[in-house]
Design a protein around this ligand. Structure first.
Ligand SMILES: C[S@@+](CC[C@H](N)C(=O)[O-])C[C@H]1O[C@@H](n2cnc3c(N)ncnc32)[C@H](O)[C@@H]1O
Length: 278
């Protein structure tokens, strides 16, 4: 692929998904698009690049899917899940009436480990929630990642990365060399395709949003747009959790950082951050 063809792919990725691919990603692009070119009858990746703008939606969708990085694992980075158990759930249990429904959104859910980790913690803290219903939705731009998420079948390697043994025993059954998540946990999470570059209103108002390790792929303009969109959906006393390498600074004024809590944000002016301090 020459520079011009490389630019066609990176411009396409930026426009369709917000993902920034610079020249250092040339190897990644070539290695991921080879099979897509073959599948759709293009002789080379260069030919795919040149035809992409006018290619059928199915081709464009496969290309976006292939350009996403779906790296994730159960209880990734630990802190966001400790925050969920020790700060977010107790605060919501205290603030919301006993018959309320708590809504949690994982906005870049990938293959499902993040929303399923939260679902297992919801089960662990059933007593604290005292009968409140909890709805968890996991969305992502990648159809293949979502297919795996819905399947809920993980390799030995995947369950060994971060999942406590007790949770493996309690919530999974072995199928050959893989592990299937229980129906109970599976049924707590609904998965749907959603591009953060587009309208988000379909997910509705949320109490908690996990948007982790996706803003890192975006430029500042996209980060601001996405964060403003999340701000429009998060309830005034709700919580937003970002990834360890992600920050709000300079991108939006819609959120304030919860004091001393790395990666935890509350809507500005809602008083939630102040109440945590009190
Ligand atoms: C590195 S994974 C992070 C998964 C999980 N949140 C975590 O922290 O482990 C990034 C995910 O963001 C998704 N993604 C990238 N661009 C997106 C977009 N524009 N809209 C929605 N999801 C996107 C990718 O498909 C990928 O599954």
């Amino acid at each position: 692929m020459n520079d011009a063809e490389m630019k066609l792919i990176s411009d396409f990725a930026l426009k369709q998904s917000g993902i920034v691919l610079n020249e250092s990603k040339a190897y990644l692009i070539e290695s991921r698009l080879g099979s897509i070119a073959g599948k759709h009858g293009f002789e080379t990746i260069a030919a795919l690049a040149r035809g992409l703008a006018v290619a059928p939606l199915s081709v464009q969708r496969d290309v976006v899917d292939a350009l996403t990085t779906n790296e994730t694992f159960f209880f990734r980075d630990k802190t966001p899940f400790t925050l969920f158990e020790e700060v977010i759930l107790p605060a919501l249990a205290a603030r919301r009436p006993a018959d309320s429904r708590l809504r949690i959104w994982c906005a870049a859910a990938s293959t499902g480990q993040e929303p399923y980790s939260l679902a297992m913690l919801v089960l662990k803290h059933r007593r604290l929630l005292a009968g409140r219903k909890v709805e968890i939705v996991g969305t992502d731009i990648s159809p293949s990642a979502l297919e795996r998420a819905r399947e809920g079948l993980y390799s030995q390697f995947e369950v060994q990365r971060g999942l406590p043994v007790q949770m493996l025993m309690d919530h999974f059954t072995q199928e050959g060399t893989s592990w299937r998540i229980s129906k109970e946990v599976r049924d707590m999470v609904r998965f749907a395709e959603l591009n953060l570059m587009g309208p988000m209103s379909q997910v509705g108002p949320q109490d908690v949003i996990y948007c982790r390790n996706v803003l890192i792929y975006f430029n500042n303009e996209t980060k601001r747009k996405v964060l403003d969109g999340l701000g429009g959906l998060l309830r005034q006393d709700g919580f937003l959790v970002l990834g360890a390498a992600e920050t709000m600074i300079g991108h939006t004024e819609k959120f304030v950082r919860a004091d001393g809590q790395r990666g935890l944000y509350c809507p500005a002016g809602g008083g939630a951050a102040e109440r945590l301090r009190a």
